[in-house]
Design a protein around this ligand. Structure first.
Ligand code: ADP
Length: 793
């Protein structure tokens, strides 16, 4: 679009147009001027006093894409169009003194009458172009302004690089300020330009005092200083990272081994700075020294030690090394496995130690390939890491278990900040996952009240004993409370210093509920049992008095009016007296039964022989009347309630005498049975129907009619209750050759220690009755009609 006033072809070459004026500006020929301007590496334009373009060089054509022919001779600020897409003032206008133009460049810089500015253009494709523009007025010999020259340099790449550098710097700084290792920046000459705050802890120096000093100021030996200087030089020359180890000199205290790594920051093909990380390698050194010590005696080294030539031949292998090689299908003088050859090659290429791992059978070895400077081989040091691997594996397994356990598992540091929470714990507390809880505090799982009542006292226990178990109230995310069974243990490091807490929690809401239900049930049962027992006792006790009255008055009637009564009346009176007596016997037995648990005496040691003698003396009449023969074997000493045990013998022997159709032969014996004595009472009586053996131990259960054999059906029930109170059991078997054997056990006890509880809940209102029959035992009761002898058939 040629302007009306000028012709595009008004190049500097036109002698009658622009050229004469250019010649005025510079005392040079127009051609010469054009050449020089064209030659300038920066995009350059020249305008005259009126703002008409009189020069537009090649670099400008390249930058703008606008040929000189289209621009030369044009005024009206057409030069701005390739830059801004519109006519507007540019820096040349500022140089020519245009005040309005100046307002467009707020960051304008001046140097004499040169003006400079950063310019940002948003380009058609929305990308941003950065330019650095510089303009200056041109003056004639008299100093009058005759035009202006402007150069524009594209600095987009440079700005981008700077921005990237700034970002990276910010990033590094963030890292640098937050780690234990010291981060340093060095100029290529080794002067420190940055030092992270970790230096205070690391070496006792303030970062400020380090900046400006030389990296080589912190070594102890000249050799180390040279090593560091060489290493810096190597980074600068090779532009590759390098590391160097040396003895670091802290501000106070003993020097210690340290390692510094250097990373080159390259700009425009030159190393402008070195980023360095400085770390304490005391521990690593010690470990390596150990390996090195061992390496001096490779034959004695329990780990594999080998020497492998660059070409791959194995030059040396100690015992463990040979085993490893054999296992991998190689041997001395044969080439090393290909993977090892690669490692050797790479170790030499990088001039660095290479580490790798190899499995052989069930063992794992960590191998270090150390290239030997100036030699054609690498030394290989192996370490058996099986155990370490196993531990790592175990740890991972434990972590997995913790992760997936059904119990809630969590651990926290000593301040209560959660470091691990499994999903079960999270779910129990109403959170979605364990991961979201890491970093929160343990206290979020308790209400203030739970904290005060449960957690603080519980934690005292953890503090004092190292661990504690108990029930603790917890809180869900929604604020609801629930009970847990907690185990909390203090975690200690290898020196025994506590560093955290591990907690296992189980939600026991359900268990609590069933516990409560069970306790309720038990209480209800105990209540009804006590009521029943009291009822049985009161009933039988209260019945005795009226019964005695009935019996005695009926007997009185018989005595006084015997003559006035006829046979029928006497017979009826006989039945009445008999009924009253039987009822008395029943009530007596019931009372005895109900007292087995409640009127018990404390256990004491007693000779079974004594018990038997007492029982027989109570049975004296029956023994005499039946002509029975009662014998016994050796009898032990037992611990129990003597009165009750006498009753057991009395009931069993009494039955033996009663349920016998001939002359009773009874034998009592005792035998060891594990931790108990087993007693047996054997008779030659009528025997017992095997199908009904169990029934006879139940109250009021009898196998015969009262007319055949008298009794209440209570004797064996009382016997069983007594034996069970002593922790034994009772049973019956058929004796060979007819008759029965009743057996019962009495467990051994320490005398007179473990006394069973004696819940004497019912007051003894019947002392007189008990006094009359101290053993509470029964005489075999006789039917009044057969009072002269044992009842038969
Ligand atoms: P009672 O002797 O008052 O009938 P027990 O409870 O002592 O009550 O005995 C219950 C039943 O067991 C007896 O009625 C009898 O049928 C049977 N019995 C008990 N001891 C013997 C025995 N030594 N021989 C045969 N039967 C027996």
């Amino acid at each position: 679009m040629p302007d009306a006033e000028t012709t595009p072809e008004a190049a500097v070459r036109r002698p009658d147009g622009v050229t004469p004026r250019a010649a005025e500006v510079l005392p040079l020929s127009a051609d010469r001027l054009a050449d020089i301007i064209d030659f300038l590496p920066d995009a350059t334009m020249v305008v005259d006093r009126a703002g008409t373009v009189i020069a537009w060089n090649r670099a400008m054509e390249d930058l703008t894409g606008c040929p000189a022919g289209d621009m030369i001779g044009r005024g009206g600020r057409a030069y701005a169009v390739p830059f801004y897409g519109e006519r507007r003032p540019m820096l040349v206008d500022v140089a020519l003194g245009d005040r309005d133009a100046e307002a467009l460049y707020p960051e304008l810089q001046r140097d004499g009458d040169t003006v400079m500015a950063d310019v940002v253009h948003r380009q058609a494709d929305d990308s941003v172009a950065y330019q650095w523009a510089k303009a200056r007025p041109l003056r004639d010999a008299g100093g009058a302004v005759v035009g202006a020259i402007e150069t524009v340099r594209d600095v987009t790449d440079q700005r981008r690089a700077e921005q990237a550098l700034r970002d990276r710097e910010a990033r590094y700084r963030l890292l640098a300020e937050n780690q234990r290792d010291v981060v340093l920046a060095l100029a290529p000459d080794g002067v420190l330009t940055y030092c992270s705050p970790a230096m205070r802890e690391f070496g006792g120096y303030e970062p400020d005092e380090v900046v400006g000093t030389s990296a080589t100021d912190y070594m102890v030996t000249d050799e180390d200083r040279r090593g560091v200087a060489d290493s810096i030089a190597r980074v600068v020359v090779t532009q590759k990272p390098a590391s160097v180890e040396f003895l670091f000199r802290p501000k106070h205290g003993d020097p210690f081994p340290a390692e510094a790594t250097g990373n080159p920051i390259v700009e425009a093909g030159r190393v402008v700075s070195i980023q360095s990380v400085l770390r304490d390698v005391t521990e690593r050194r010690q470990a390596e020294e150990k390996v090195r010590d061992l390496a001096k005696f490779p034959a004695e080294n329990p780990g594999p030690v080998l020497r492998i030539a660059r070409g791959g031949a194995v030059r040396y292998a100690n015992e463990a090394g040979r085993r490893l090689l054999d296992g991998l299908g190689g041997g001395p003088d044969s080439p090393a496995p290909p993977a090892w050859r690669d490692e050797v090659g790479r170790a030499f290429a990088d001039a660095q130690v290479r580490r790798t791992e190899v499995r052989h059978g069930d063992r794992t070895y960590a191998l270090r390939f150390v290239p030997v400077d100036g030699a054609d081989y690498a030394n290989v040091y192996g370490e058996d890491t099986t155990e370490r691997k196993r531990l790592e594996h175990e740890l991972r397994r434990l972590a997995m278990i913790a992760e997936q356990a059904a119990e809630g598992i969590a651990w926290a540091d000593l301040d209560g900040n959660l470091q691990f929470v499994n999903d079960a714990w999270a779910r129990m507390h109403g959170y979605a996952s364990g991961a979201e809880l890491v970093g929160r505090r343990l206290s979020i799982f308790h209400t203030d009240e739970q904290m005060r009542k449960d957690v603080l006292p519980f934690n005292e226990g953890v503090k004092h004993r190292g661990q504690n178990t108990g029930e603790i109230g917890h809180k869900r995310k929604d604020g609801t409370a629930f009970p847990t069974q907690m185990i909390v243990a203090l975690l200690k490091d290898e020196r025994g210093e506590p560093y955290g807490l591990a907690a296992i929690a189980q939600d026991i809401t359900e268990r609590k509920r069933t516990d409560r239900a069970l306790a309720d049930q038990k209480a209800a049962l105990e209540r009804s049992n006590a009521e029943l027992q009291e009822f049985a006792y009161v009933a039988s006790h209260d019945l005795q008095e009226p019964l005695r009255m009935v019996a005695s008055y009926v007997q009185l009637l018989e005595k006084r009016y015997a003559d006035a009564l006829d046979d029928d009346a006497r017979e009826f009176i006989g039945y009445a007296v008999d009924g009253a007596r039987r009822m008395q016997a029943l009530i007596n037995d019931l009372l005895t039964y109900s007292r087995v648990g409640t009127r018990a005496k404390p256990f004491a040691a007693v000779e079974a022989k004594t018990l038997l003698t007492d029982a027989l003396s109570n049975l004296e009449v029956a023994v005499r009347e039946t002509g029975a023969e009662v014998t016994h074997g050796p009898l032990p000493r037992v611990v129990g309630d003597a009165a009750q045990l006498t009753r057991v013998f009395q009931n069993l022997i009494g039955n033996a005498l009663k349920f016998c159709d001939g002359a009773p032969r009874v034998h009592v014996s005792a035998e060891r049975d594990g931790g108990a004595w087993r007693f047996a009472v054997r008779d030659n009586g009528i025997g017992i129907d095997p199908d009904r053996r169990d029934r006879i131990f139940v109250i009021f259960q009898r196998l015969h009619r009262r007319e055949a054999y008298p009794g209440t059906g209570m004797g064996l029930a009382i016997t069983r209750k007594i034996v069970e109170r002593h922790g034994g059991r009772v049973w019956v078997k058929a004796a060979s050759g007819g008759g029965s054997i009743f057996s019962f056990t009495i467990p051994d006890r320490k005398e007179p220690a473990d006394d069973p509880p004696n819940p004497d809940t019912i007051a003894d209102a019947d002392a007189g009755q008990a006094g009359r029959d101290p053993a509470g035992g029964r005489q075999p009761r006789r039917h009044p009609a057969h009072a002269g002898g044992p009842a038969r058939g």
